[in-house]
Ligand binder design. Structure first.
Ligand code: XMP
Length: 528
């Protein structure tokens, strides 16, 4: 799967060989932030294959293993003789040292985790303009003991003698720290030095270039045939709709299945925006009754997800044959789905990632693989932040481009226990208030998500002189980089007070508001 993203014409300038680091994808994003196209590939990729792709540079990612461990992932040793610059990051550097005849050993008592000031010994090329004493992020239990022949030290820290190394002649570089993470203040500068100064990459990976290339590719792929797109209102399917509309106009039909679990006003907004304002052909399918009926008496969250997923496919099949026939199905698959970045365990036989299943997330609300359509997936080379840029450049409003993530099964999973119309109305109103207050306070864009959850337990309250016995609403606000980990947001009390006051006053059936102060892990972002 990792390598299946190379079926289009654009070849990567930088290839990241993935050794299972949680940051492999982040390295690729950082390279692309320099307008340089990069791809993540399995560490199994042979030197012959790499030679054929002829990237300008290779980056070896970090990884959770020690180079001496059983089944430690090794790259093809032919890579060192390709005459292509290589940068090893953390495990990648240790592997470079190990494979080229140096030695690595456990950094007993000197393992380094967290921020460390970098002492620069050689500020040419890789560390050019990286300020002496600036912070770099360390996370390693092993350290380089002896450098291979031809290597010199570029930098050290208090605990790590060889924090950055180079064989200038062969253009091989290694860093023990993680330049890709935000905590490394000059990390981005260092990555830029590698891609621009050392590898001399072309900086031509821009939003405009992507749009032009994609339009040409979509037209070449689809010809005069018809394309169907399931529009959800999220940034991916919306961007896809705009891109396809630009490429093939009337050959595109969007289908918006309203399962009744969207937020207040969203279905109306979507139809108004796509259909009326931009004249993009959207078929509105009102399936609210069908979905809520299927969920009668269902309380188990996984069962809910499965029922919603199955019903979605049924409605989709029925409606697509009613509206069709269609030759192509457009899907908003993104690059992280292609590289399956969710798990950090690698299969030693294939070098591919083994994802760990916690919830049946993203496959629910999606479509099965065996549908009778050919696929068109023009966003499969993009990261989420790149999709946002493309969406914005195509004219999508902030309301869609900066929309917080929203689960496919929607509010149905944010109602714990059985879903009923009464609870849906109640949650919709509470959710609206949370989002309104967060926007009014100007913090919407600082948060990963801000939403309300309805708990199906009643407790006693008093309103006016009357006793109430109603549900509580949980307010969940988190900050996160990628949804994999998250922290609860320390919102000012004034904002929380407004949210709480408005919810108990304005939402029927709610008499209490509580705040979720759990990070992920151990919690998840959604309640369900
Ligand atoms: P959890 O709850 O696992 O969620 O911490 C992580 C991120 O994924 C979003 N999420 C979903 N996104 N379909 C989606 O497209 C889903 O079914 C789904 N469930 C959860 C969640 O909102 C959070 O941002």
């Amino acid at each position: 799967m990792l390598n299946s993203n190379l079926d289009d014409k654009r070849k990567p300038e930088i290839i990241i060989l993935d050794f299972g680091s949680q940051y492999s994808e982040l390295i690729a994003r950082r390279v692309r932030e320099n307008n340089v196209f990069s791809l993540v590939m399995s560490y199994h990729t042979s030197s012959n294959e790499l030679k054929k792709l002829s990237p300008k540079g290779i980056i070896l990612s970090g990884g959770p293993r020690s180079v001496y461990a059983d089944e430690a992932p090794f790259c093809d040793a032919g890579i060192w003789d390709l005459d292509i610059p290589v940068l090893g990051v953390c495990y990648g550097m240790q592997l470079m040292v190990h494979q080229l005849g140096g030695s690595v050993e456990p950094a007993t008592g000197k393992a380094e985790y967290g921020k460390a000031p970098l002492q620069v010994d050689d500020s040419t090329l890789l560390l050019n303009e990286v300020i002496n004493g600036s912070t770099m992020w360390m996370s390693h239990g092993d350290a380089v003991k002896e450098l291979p022949d031809g290597f010199v030290r570029l930098a050290h820290t208090a605990n790590t003698a060889e924090a950055a190394i180079a064989d200038h002649k062969r253009k091989l570089y290694g860093v023990q720290f993680h330049p890709e993470v935000n905590h490394s203040t000059y990390g981005m500068k260092m990555i830029r030095n590698f891609v621009s100064q050392i590898c001399c990459c072309k900086a031509d990976w821009t939003t405009t270039a992507f749009i032009d290339e994609s339009i040409a590719q979509i037209r070449a792929q689809v010809g005069k045939q018809k394309v169907l797109l399931a529009l959800s209102g999220g940034v991916d399917s919306s961007t896809l709709a705009f891109l396809l509309n630009k490429a093939i106009g009337d050959q595109l039909t969007c289908m918006f299945i309203d399962q009744g679990f969207m937020r207040k006003g969203e279905p109306e907004f979507l139809m108004e925006f796509f259909d009326k304002k931009f004249d993009i052909n959207v078929e509105y399918i009102n399936a609210r009754e069908r979905f809520i009926n299927k969920l009668k008496g269902i309380t188990d969250p996984e069962q809910k997800r499965k029922i919603i997923g199955t019903e979605f496919i049924r409605v989709f099949e029925e409606e697509s044959s009613r509206l069709g026939p269609f030759d192509y199905l457009a899907q908003g698959t993104l690059y992280p789905d292609v590289i399956e970045s969710a798990g950090t365990n690698l299969d030693p036989k294939t070098g591919e990632r083994v994802a760990v299943k916690i919830k049946s997330h993203h496959n629910v609300g999606g479509l099965p693989k065996d549908l009778q359509f050919k696929l068109v997936e023009p966003l499969r080379r993009l990261f989420k932040d790149e999709v946002r840029k493309v969406g914005r450049s195509l004219g999508l409003p902030d309301e869609i481009v900066r929309r917080h993530p929203f689960p496919g099964p929607g509010l149905a999973i944010r109602i714990l226990g059985e879903v009923t119309n009464q609870k849906l109305n109640c949650l919709r109103d509470a959710d609206m208030i949370v989002r309104e207050e967060i926007r009014t306070a100007g913090v919407y864009n600082d948060l990963w998500q801000a939403f309300a959850v309805l708990l199906p337990v009643c407790s006693v309250g008093v309103m006016g002189d009357k006793r109430t016995y109603d549900w509580p609403i949980v307010v969940r606000c988190v900050s996160s980089e990628d949804g994999m980990t998250a922290d609860w947001s320390r919102l000012p009390y004034e904002i929380l007070e407004c949210i709480s006051n408005r919810i108990v006053n304005e939402v029927d059936g709610v008499n209490r508001v509580v705040l979720d102060i759990t990070s992920k892990p151990p919690g998840t972002i959604e309640w369900e």
